[in-house]
Design a protein around this ligand. Structure first.
Ligand SMILES: [Zn+2]
Length: 354
């Protein structure tokens, strides 16, 4: 905050700043507890239970379960068995049994609302999911050294959403007892499944933004000094997804029984599906991340960064491709790696990169 804005600060602003400093240790505790219980998309059971309990303590109207996300608009929900296994894990780790019951089926996420008289409806959005990554167990890694590394093997808060939960709970706590009150409606949306861009649509489809006048989201970023705050309207990031399906043999070149020879793929077949999928994946990753091909922070991105992963399936492979850009119009552009549709006898179409 610059000098001039400090001079313009109201009594409320000064009170908020003092209050935020007063609860700093609590905010660190929130963040570390959430970090320790890292949960990936649609399995944020412990996290949601933790958030809902805090919001209730701060006297918000709390919504959890199927009313938070429209079921038909949820994307990329893991298989039922996996979701249930993670719900039970949250129970074992001390999640609230009654709250976890309502979240069956992966209906994670929580919304806290407070209304006071007439005024605008303001929504603040905080994403809560972790990434499916293995956390470092080396002593140089602070969460390991100080005992708050993820309890859940293979899941880790590597994108800062643990910090977002802490910020959200801090905002909830401070604004719950603002001396002058807050006219209007404050809606704090703790959104599940941000990774892979799977959860926001379901929140919107459930109608939680239909009466909102302003919505604000935030993301922690490295590369800025501690205490620096950067704001903007639009143009921050865009994303687009598509699947490339490879039809064909599910295995690698197979040896013909008894002869020890490799079977040659049929003419125009292009080789086994997993192999073609892997080749395509490599070519996508060869696409430069920045407009000028450098690793430097770009002034403008004109080319997408592409992440893709996928594995062999029966009768072929599916390669899910995730394109991220800084501008929406780039998201609508064709991916830099051209994908050509080829004729296939069963009419389903096969693809290969050029
Ligand atoms: Zn993130």
């Amino acid at each position: 905050m610059g000098t001039s804005s400090r001079q313009d600060a109201t009594d409320d602003d000064r009170w908020i700043e003092r209050e935020a400093q007063r609860i700093e240790a609590e905010l660190v505790r929130y963040r570390r507890e959430v970090h320790r219980h890292a949960e990936s998309a649609w399995t944020e059971f412990w996290t949601t239970s933790y958030i809902a309990k805090r919001l209730a303590e701060f006297e918000y109207n709390v919504l959890i379960g199927p009313d938070v996300c429209c079921d038909s608009a949820r994307m990329g929900v893991p298989p039922d068995a996996m979701v249930e296994q993670h719900r039970r894990r949250a129970l074992d780790q001390g999640g609230d049994a009654d709250l976890l019951k309502v979240m069956r089926g992966g209906f994670t996420g929580a919304i806290g609302t407070r209304s006071q008289g007439r005024g605008p409806v303001i929504a603040l959005r905080f994403d809560i999911d972790a990434l499916e990554l293995l956390e470092s167990n080396e002593a140089s890694h602070r969460p390991t050294r100080e005992g708050f590394a993820s309890l859940n093997d293979g899941v880790c808060h590597a994108c800062g959403h643990d910090g977002h939960v802490a910020i959200g709970l801090g905002v909830a706590r401070v604004l719950s007892h603002l001396p002058a009150g807050l006219p209007g409606t404050l809606r704090l949306i703790f959104q599940p499944a941000e990774e892979g861009v799977r959860g926001a649509r379901a929140i919107v489809a459930a109608g939680h933004l239909s009466d909102v006048d302003y919505v604000i989201g935030c993301h922690l970023l490295s590369g800025w000094a501690v205490g620096e705050f950067v704001s903007g309207l639009g143009g921050y990031a865009a994303t687009r997804k598509f699947d490339v399906r490879f039809l064909g043999e599910a295995g690698s070149r197979r040896r013909v029984a008894g002869r020890g020879k490799e079977r040659t793929p049929r003419r125009g077949h292009g080789g086994p599906a997993p192999s073609r999928s892997a080749q395509t994946s490599r070519r996508f990753h060869a696409s430069p991340r920045r407009a000028d091909g450098s690793r430097n922070r770009p002034e403008r991105d004109s080319r997408p960064s592409v992440s893709c992963c996928g594995g062999p399936r029966r009768n072929g492979c599916t390669l899910p491709v995730h394109v991220r850009t800084r501008r929406a119009r780039c998201g609508r552009r064709r991916c830099d790696v051209r994908v050509r549709r080829q004729h296939h006898p069963d009419g389903a179409g096969r693809y290969r990169t050029e």
